[in-house]
Structures are given as structure tokens and as C-alpha cells.
Design a protein around this ligand. Structure first.
Ligand code: ATP
Ligand code: MG
Length: 371
């Protein structure tokens, strides 16, 4: 059977860098990964070529890949002794605290949709909590100035972040997620009249002026739509990629299709599509799935567009209740079908991010010329 990139990523994800205690995929040490028949090629970026780990890692990766896909595989590794860095990317607070030249790698992931109200914020919140439960360091930022919902969904409506001695905003923390919402800082009633450039420079400032600390993932909940504001926000930071949320109806799928093509045109990789409100399972009939709005639309769209399908989330009354109560279902009711769906979606998102980092160069950001 042909070797897949997924298999190789999963195998490399078992090789842990002992000093930092994280695996080499999570540390973004694997670059330029190509799988060609029975041959696997990639570059290993070694931040500290003098470390004992650097001397043994080549053997370790060969063993890991061989074990996963069979001894017949040819593994060609080039070593790159460069420092891993974020270049001139957003340093997200960590830089001021630790003047280290090797800041922790960070994956910025935007959650977007074409249509409003399809469950972006619900997906962003539960994705963040699920990733945190899987052991990642996670931040979540609500960039929806006009209708911030993260304060409600985390039960932090009246909370206010503080500012540290370095005059950086200290994010709030709940369910293992560091979070910040425009809703904490800007009165949504006043922001209604803000125009696009004001929103983007506010978002940019608030990302850069926050002491996030070490993060593996920073999830950005975008405002509804895939227009100017969304595009500018995602282009002013170096994004690992975007997760598109859709519901099964044709109108939502048409907008999701537009969204995918818009992000691809500006070279923001689409990590995948999530189908929300995909089906209904009556609590007393747990084996039934009623596809009220049609079955498999988002999966087919993903296949057609050649982007990953990340999973389907059922319509669930208790999911909505947990959102309203500020108690994310993944944290408070992990046995619910929706929570299990979010857990799988988080695993796939992390894997797609790893694949993206190992196979594609960093996403280019643009400079904002107007303020
Ligand atoms: N799978 C689901 N089952 C039941 N209710 C859901 C589901 N997904 C979302 N909801 C509910 O639908 C409403 C809209 O969800 P949400 O706020 O996440 O959408 P959104 O796309 O972020 O909206 P907006 O475009 O306004 O930002 C919320 O009340 C939420 O609790
Ligand atoms: Mg929202």
C-alpha cells in the first residue's frame, strides 16, 4: 500500500526532543516533507546541532518511520542546522518575557465561515478546549468586535483582563485555555460604527500586546462572512491555516465554497471543513442519526475542493445549553456525542496543521498600509 503523509507525520510525532519534552512535529522541526512512492524525504531543522539529541535524532526518525510503514521504506533526511525562529512574525508577548532566540513554535488558526450563525464560535471554543485537553498550550481570541460571544461561552462576561508590568494584556484563563476577547476591551455598541481598517489594526494591536506566553495553538474566532475584514485579519498575521465551518444546507455550502476559494487565493491554507448541525440523534434513540438538512454535503464539498474534511458535529440541545451557560461541552460533558465529535475534530486539526507545517512554507502576511 502507498505510504501517506499522514502515516509519516504520525510516526515522526512519536520522536520526542527530550530537552523541551515535545515531539519534533509539534516543535516544527520537520520541513519540506515529500512522500514519493516508497521514499520519504524531509529536512530536519536542528535548533541546537551540538546537543546529544541532534546526534541521535536521525536514527530515531528512521526507526520511527520504518516501524510505522514497514522496513522497505527509504528515508532521506537532510539536516538543517538553523535556528528555528518565527522570523519577523508576530512574537505574541513571549519575546518580551524571554529574550530567547528560539521562541516556541506557534500555530495561528482562524475559524471562519461564509454564513453567519453556523457555529463558528461554538466550534472555536470547543476546538480550543479539546486541544488543551490533548495537552497542547492553547490560546483563543475572539476577533468579533461587533458580536463577541466568547465571554458568554466561557462564563466570563464580567471578567476583565489585567495588564502586567510590561504593559502587556494578561489573558484570562479557563478550562486550560488562555483567552481574550475584543468584547473585554471594546464596547460592542460603540464598535458597530468601526470600519474595516480600525478593526484590523485593533485586532493586530491586541494580538501583539498580549502576554500569551508559550502557545502551540492560537485559535482566532472570526466575525461572520469572508469579506474584507476577515481577509485583512488573517493576512496581517502569519496564519498556519483556516478551519471553515458550514452547515449542511446548500446556501451555507455555497458560502463555504466561496470562503475556501477566497482563502486559497490569498495563500492561506485551508486546514479543513467542519460540518456543524450535521444530524440529529434523539437522546432516547442514541443509534439513530437524522440528517435533517441532507447528508454528507460538506464532506462532498471538501472532496471536490481537495481540502480535508475534519468531521461532523450533531445538532444537540445540550450543546447549545452548555454554550449559553458558559460551560463548554468538551470540558463539562465529554461523553456527549458533540463533545466526542469536537475531540476528533481537534485531533484532525492538529494533524492537518502538522502536515501543513511539514510540507508548506510559512504563510506570507501582508502589511497594513492604511490605518
Ligand atoms: N451543533 C449545534 N447544536 C445546537 N446548537 C448549536 C450547534 N452549533 C451552534 N449552536 C447554537 O447556534 C447558535 C449560533 O452559534 P455560534 O454563535 O457558534 O455561531 P457563529 O457562526 O459564531 O455566529 P456568528 O456568525 O454570529 O459569529 C448558538 O446559540 C449556539 O449555541
Ligand atoms: Mg461567532
Amino acid at each position: 500500500m502507498a505510504i501517506t503523509v499522514e502515516q509519516v507525520i504520525d510516526a515522526l510525532g512519536t520522536v520526542v526532543e527530550p530537552e523541551r519534552g515535545k515531539d519534533i512535529v509539534r516543535l516544527r522541526m520537520v520541513k519540506d516533507l515529500r512522500v514519493d512512492g516508497e521514499t520519504v524525504r524531509f529536512t530536519l531543522v536542528l535548533p541546537n546541532p551540538a546537543s546529544p539529541f541532534a546526534r541521535t535524532v536521525e536514527d530515531a526518525v528512521r526507526r520511527a518511520v520504518g516501524k510505522a510503514v514497514g522496513a522497505g521504506v527509504r528515508v532521506e533526511v537532510s539536516l538543517d542546522n538553523e535556528m528555528i525562529g518565527l522570523g519577523d512574525d508576530l512574537m505574541l508577548g513571549g519575546a518580551a518575557e524571554t529574550p530567547s532566540s528560539t521562541p516556541e513554535p506557534l500555530n495561528l488558526i482562524a475559524v471562519a465561515s461564509g454564513k453567519g450563525g453556523v457555529g463558528k464560535s461554538t466550534v472555536a471554543v470547543n476546538l480550543a478546549v479539546a486541544l488543551a485537553k490533548q495537552g497542547y498550550d492553547v490560546g483563543l481570541v475572539d476577533t468579533d468586535i461587533y458580536g463577541p460571544s466568547i465571554p458568554t461561552m466561557f462564563g466570563l462576561k464580567d471578567a476583565r483582563p489585567t495588564v502586567n508590568e510590561e504593559r502587556k494584556i494578561v489573558p484570562l484563563q479557563k478550562y486550560g485555555v488562555r483567552l481574550l476577547s475584543m468584547g473585554f476591551l471594546v464596547d460592542p455598541d460603540k464598535a458597530v460604527i468601526w470600519r474595516g481598517p480600525m478593526v484590523t489594526s485593533a485586532v493586530q494591536q491586541f494580538l501583539g500586546d498580549t502576554a500569551w506566553g508559550e502557545l502551540d495553538f492560537l485559535i482566532m474566532d472570526l466575525p461572520p462572512g469572508t469579506g474584507d475584514i476577515q481577509l485583512t485579519i488573517v493576512q496581517t498575521v502569519s496564519l498556519a491555516g483556516v478551519v471553515i465551518v458550514s452547515t449542511p444546507q446548500d446556501v451555507a455550502l455555497a458560502d463555504a465554497r466561496k470562503g475556501v476559494s477566497m482563502f486559497e487565493q490569498v495563500n492561506v491554507p485551508v486546514l479543513g471543513i467542519v460540518e456543524n448541525m450535521a444530524y440529529f440523534t434523539p437522546p432516547e434513540l442514541p443509534d439513530r442519526k437524522y440528517y435533517l438538512f441532507g447528508e454528507g454535503g460538506a464532506r462532498r464539498l471538501a472532496e471536490e475542493l481537495g481540502v480535508p474534511f475534519l468531521g461532523e458535529v450533531p445538532i444537540e440541545q445540550s450543546l447549545r445549553e452548555h454554550c449559553d451557560a458558559g460551560t463548554p461541552v468538551v470540558a463539562e460533558a465529554p461523553e456527549h456525542p458533540s463533545a466526542q465529535a469536537f475531540t476528533r475534530i481537534a485531533e484532525r486539526t492538529a494533524r492537518q496543521t502538522a502536515i501543513r507545517n511539514a510540507t508548506l512554507p510559512a504563510t506570507e502576511k501582508i502589511e497594513i498600509l492604511h490605518r
